[in-house]
Design a protein around this ligand. Structure first.
Ligand code: HEC
Ligand code: HEC
Ligand code: HEC
Ligand code: HEC
Ligand code: HEC
Length: 379
């Protein structure tokens, strides 16, 4: 244990002199979380990693001026870019930690604005917020000792940083809302709004998108579990999210109804690039009859036609399923005894029609991903 600690500290010291990347230090003591994070969308949100983000940016009027305003949400850890010291260029931060560990763990509060909310970061160095209901309210301060051996006698806290367990935003999910609540275009039109409604749900952004997984969160002690840090809806729909979608079927005299209950605390597939889809098929006498898919999306545009987000000033169509909504859809196909009805709800990251126009070829973005599925035998 002492050896590991000493080794970690040595690694950190060498890492700090060789490499200025923020996450490199965290990696030494939090390797599991670091590894998961590499696959998360937050580690891949720059134009150099996300081809869809790049495709839209390439067409954005601000690109000609190289004025990458998207940085405050997509690459907040490129500090020189944020402060205006440098322009958008390919660099190791854009490649590996556009939204670094610190970009989330140092959010002190969220300032609410109509255009987009704003993250207010703490100015204290090596000071991180976290959540642990057993330690709620505590601030575990790390005292810098003169020698390694002084550190080794510490029994609690982190030997590298302070931890503040008193910030409510890390318990209720509010810390996600600086970037995720909504965004308006230059003309004041709302391009995207997650339409969060907490209602009576006990779940939060964190409990659903960062559920506890087996495995310790830190090398130095065995905590049994850690919060999942790999959130991304493009590596297949996460199993743990499927359980917040409830699918049901009711037979009628003519045809049947399918209902979708969205138990998430926000609307589904709200981003204007997404396309949600319900697919129903009937297995009968060894054959499969696929019914016409039903789409859910929010189409934005101008003068009755869909447009790029910065040109849009109206919502042309909004069939997205809202928080806690139970959507019932009627299908006319008559069912027979012995039929098996297969109901699937899923999505395309990039609506295939838009993807074709943008020249997007990455199949992870253009293929249907299933979020929830149910098979029902008709009796
Ligand atoms: C030298 C090892 C070390 C390094 C480097 C390190 N941590 Fe930690 N960290 C710890 C230890 C040990 C704990 C557990 C403290 C406890 O449980 O009392 C911890 C706890 C945490 C927690 C709170 C966990 C909880 O209880 O909810 C967060 C958040 C965190 N670290 C983030 C980071 C980030 C971000 C970095 C990189 C900038 C980092 N750590 C670098 C050792 C380290
Ligand atoms: C207020 C914060 C914020 C700003 C500013 C912002 N975005 Fe985003 N963007 C987000 C969030 C959050 C998502 C994820 C939304 C979701 O999945 O529902 C996102 C998703 C996207 C996506 C979909 C990406 C994908 O691969 O799924 C594109 C494209 C995109 N943004 C383009 C841009 C461009 C271009 C700019 C700058 C002109 C920009 N964004 C500015 C927060 C922001
Ligand atoms: C009860 C569980 C639940 C809660 C609580 C929840 N989500 Fe979700 N979230 C989901 C499900 C289910 C999806 C759809 C998964 C998918 O598209 O693969 C989703 C999708 C998303 C997406 C991707 C949407 C898209 O189409 O691009 C974002 C971004 C998101 N959630 C953010 C949040 C934030 C921020 C909060 C807190 C305000 C939150 N979620 C709370 C279950 C939840
Ligand atoms: C998108 C925001 C976000 C990013 C990026 C992020 N974290 Fe976290 N992290 C959180 C939140 C929120 C929690 C609290 C989870 C909870 O309450 O279960 C957390 C919890 C933790 C914990 C405590 C684990 C536990 O089981 O409670 C550690 C340690 C940690 N993060 C380290 C890191 C490290 C290291 C990185 C970078 C590799 C990182 N985080 C990146 C939001 C983030
Ligand atoms: C600093 C801004 C920022 C913060 C804080 C943040 N996110 Fe994100 N998040 C983004 C951006 C930007 C994207 C879209 C990136 C892209 O698609 O290129 C995104 C995408 C997502 C997605 C969609 C995944 C996908 O594959 O498209 C989910 C789910 C998500 N975030 C959950 C969370 C949760 C939960 C929290 C809080 C614990 C959080 N985020 C905090 C900026 C942020």
């Amino acid at each position: 244990m002492k050896k590991i600690l000493l080794l970690s500290l040595l690694l950190i010291l060498s890492a700090q002199t060789i490499n200025a990347l923020e996450n490199t230090t965290c990696k030494t003591c939090h390797p599991k979380i670091y590894r998961e994070y590499q696959h998360s969308i937050h580690a891949n949100s720059s134009i150099y990693k996300d081809s869809l983000h790049k495709a839209i940016w390439d067409r954005h009027p601000d690109k000609k001026k190289n004025n990458y305003k998207c940085a405050k949400c997509h690459t907040p850890s490129d500090h020189d870019l944020i402060s205006g010291k440098s322009k958008l260029t390919d660099n190791p931060i854009q490649q590996t930690e556009p939204i670094s560990c610190q970009a989330c763990h140092q959010i002190e509060s969220i300032e609410k604005h109509a255009k987009a909310n704003k993250n207010i970061f703490t100015h204290k160095k090596k000071y991180f917020f976290s959540a642990d209901t057993k330690k709620k309210g505590q601030k575990v301060l790390f005292k810098e000792e003169k020698s390694f051996f002084g550190l080794l006698t510490k029994t609690s806290g982190s030997p590298y940083h302070d931890i503040d367990y008193s910030n409510e935003n890390y318990y209720n999910g509010e810390s996600c809302m600086g970037c995720h609540a909504h965004k308006q275009g230059g003309n004041g039109f709302t391009i995207c709004n997650l339409e969060v409604k907490q209602g009576n749900s006990k779940e939060t952004c964190i409990s659903c998108h960062m559920p506890k997984q087996p495995g310790t969160f830190v090398n130095l002690k065995n905590t049994q579990t850690h919060a999942f840090h790999g959130t991304s809806i493009r590596n297949g729909a996460p199993m743990h999210l499927s359980r917040s979608i409830e699918l049901n079927l009711k037979t009628l005299d003519k045809g049947f109804t399918v209902s979708i209950h969205n138990k998430a605390t926000h609307a589904l597939f709200v981003h204007p690039l997404r396309l949600g889809q319900l697919r129903v098929s009937i297995e009968r006498d060894g054959k499969r009859i696929a019914l016409k898919p039903i789409s859910f999306h929010r189409v934005i545009g101008k003068a009755g036609k869909p447009t790029m987000p910065w040109l849009a000033d109206t919502v042309l169509r909004d069939t997205t399923i809202k928080a806690d909504e139970k959507r019932t859809l009627q299908l006319d196909t008559p069912l027979h005894k012995g039929d098996t009805v297969v109901i699937e709800l899923g999505y395309y990251i990039a609506n295939p029609k838009i993807a074709a126009k943008l020249g997007i070829k990455d199949t992870r973005l253009t293929e249907f991903t299933r979020l929830a599925k149910k098979r029902i035998v008709i009796e």
